[in-house]
Design a binder for this molecule. Structure first.
Ligand SMILES: [Zn+2]
Length: 114
């Protein structure tokens, strides 16, 4: 499963088209809040669980996508306007985000968990 198209639709949304013909509109905020990188998701190291820092402030451009690049034919590397670029969205993870959003559109409107 590959994204055939991944582009900014407007200031808030990304259009993701897949090679099976399905297409989804994904808010950038939704995408960024699910950034899979360690600093966003926290890491489990041994028995201790590290939560993302509560001191993370909302930086300008946090929810504004700057660039997307295919990496190794299995993932998209997203670069955000605030400079964050360590999130690698594997295609199957990205697809799951799309499906989850499509089946529960209200999730996009949910406030941040932290
Ligand atoms: Zn991240």
């Amino acid at each position: 499963m590959h994204p055939a198209q991944f582009k900014k639709l407007n200031e808030e949304n990304i259009l993701v088209k897949w090679d099976d013909g399905k297409e989804f509109t994904v808010p950038m905020k939704y995408l960024r809040d699910r950034c899979p990188c360690a600093s966003c998701q926290g890491e489990s190291v041994l028995w201790r669980e590290y939560k993302p820092s509560p001191l993370q402030v909302l930086t300008p451009g946090k929810y504004n996508l700057k660039a997307a690049e295919v990496v190794g034919d299995y993932a998209l590397a997203l670069t955000w306007v605030d400079g964050h670029n360590t999130g690698l969205y594997a295609f199957d993870y990205l697809r799951r985000i799309c499906e989850e959003l499509a089946s529960n559109p209200a999730a996009a409107a949910k406030p941040d968990r932290n």
